[in-house]
Write a protein of this length. Sequence first.
Length: 246
Amino acid sequence: MSGHSKWATIKHKKGAADAKRGKVFTRLIKEITVAAKQGGGDPDGNPRLRTAILAAKAENMPADNIKRAVQRGTGEIEGLSYEEITFEGYGPGGVAVMVDVLTDNRNRAVSEIRHAFSKNGGNLGESGSVGYMFAKKGVITLAKDAADEEKLTEIVLESGAEDLNDQGEHWEIVTGPKEFEAVRDAVTAAGLKPEHAEVSMVPSTYQKLEGTQANAMMRLLDVLEDLDDTQNVYSNFDFDEATVAA
């Protein structure tokens, strides 16, 4: 399984713990608010908002919470103003890392991200230092026993997806960002339930680490994920299954 898919799967499994700390809802509310502010409160005419609301519903967020987040974004009710920032840097072993942030305090966000890198064997880079290694893609992951290859291949061909990859215990469907919604809808319309589905930054190459460096890299990713302002963390980190088990 690619480094991207493995880390996405780990994040998905961690979701229950994150939800207990309130982080999943907080991040989704921020995303809904910003999406509504930028593109309006009608999800039918705002793809980013539509995707954010679907993600919130998938996490069983109450409809009232979603409605209030949209209203804060459109200015119907008072709320914080968030700034979007993407940080780029390097982790242990030269692994490329990108961190998407939504924050109401830029100075705090910069300080916390820099501290996370420096205290965990990495360093914050300049804008553009690693971004060229990534491309925006839709990624839909399904359990291997949830669908057969022939059925998924048919969906991929008919819905405009780019690729279907066998990732061991999972199938991975890759799409262009504009085709993501149509492909995801085709998958669910076929009665299949993705384990993970998002538009993400997928690296063109991977940096495999082992032993101490791999453990240090996983600590860095965990610390970055746990920051209050963090929305998404991407890296070209690859590792073996023994590291995951450990």
